[in-house]
Design a protein around this ligand. Structure first.
Ligand SMILES: [Zn+2]
Length: 174
């Protein structure tokens, strides 16, 4: 494209020289010829310049699209890095009930119980806390449903039933 433009420019220059020569020798016919040639070269030059301008506009657009793509990729890389950093806090584990989940390492021995993430959600790079049911027998993901949590401890269940009864009877007195 640039080559075409410089070709058109040098052709125009050639026709200038022709015109100059015609003026020098005061030849009206040659001058007319040169004028025509100059006009033709000017048209060539204009169309080359226009084509170049179009090409340049397309290149600018392409550059902008590429820049946007790079920014988008950089954002995605940033998100992935943040996700990896975040996930370092967790490790894959098996619940007592045999289900696969991710546990927050710092909460393994926590008095309030370990904090779990849904393994299927982690595979989809989503962070979903598993919510225990009342008895902690199940952990529930809002997307993937329930997994078995702890092996039911029936003695604890009995104790809970007793306390329910106790609350129930006390409720009766109110
Ligand atoms: Zn899930």
């Amino acid at each position: 494209m640039i080559a075409e433009l410089s070709g058109a420019l040098s052709a125009l220059r050639g026709s200038f020289d022709l015109a100059k020569l015609a003026i020098d020798v005061r030849d009206g016919n040659k001058l007319n010829e040169a004028r025509l040639a100059m006009n033709e070269r000017l048209i060539d030059l204009t169309s080359s310049a226009l084509a170049l301008q179009e090409k340049q506009a397309a290149l600018v657009q392409e550059k902008q699209a590429l820049e946007a793509k790079i920014a988008d990729l950089e954002r995605q890389v940033g998100e992935l890095e943040a996700w990896d950093r975040d996930l370092e806090q967790y490790e894959r584990t098996q619940t007592q009930g045999g289900a696969i989940a991710y546990v927050d390492k710092s909460t393994r021995e926590s008095a309030s119980g370990p904090v779990y993430l849904c393994a299927n959600c982690v595979a989809d790079r989503k962070k979903t806390y598993l919510q225990p049911d009342v008895n902690r027998y199940y952990l529930e993901c809002s997307i993937h449903g329930r997994i078995r949590s702890e092996v039911p401890d029936w003695s604890a269940q009995d104790a809970e039933d007793d306390s329910d009864d106790f609350q129930g009877s006390r409720g009766g007195h109110w």
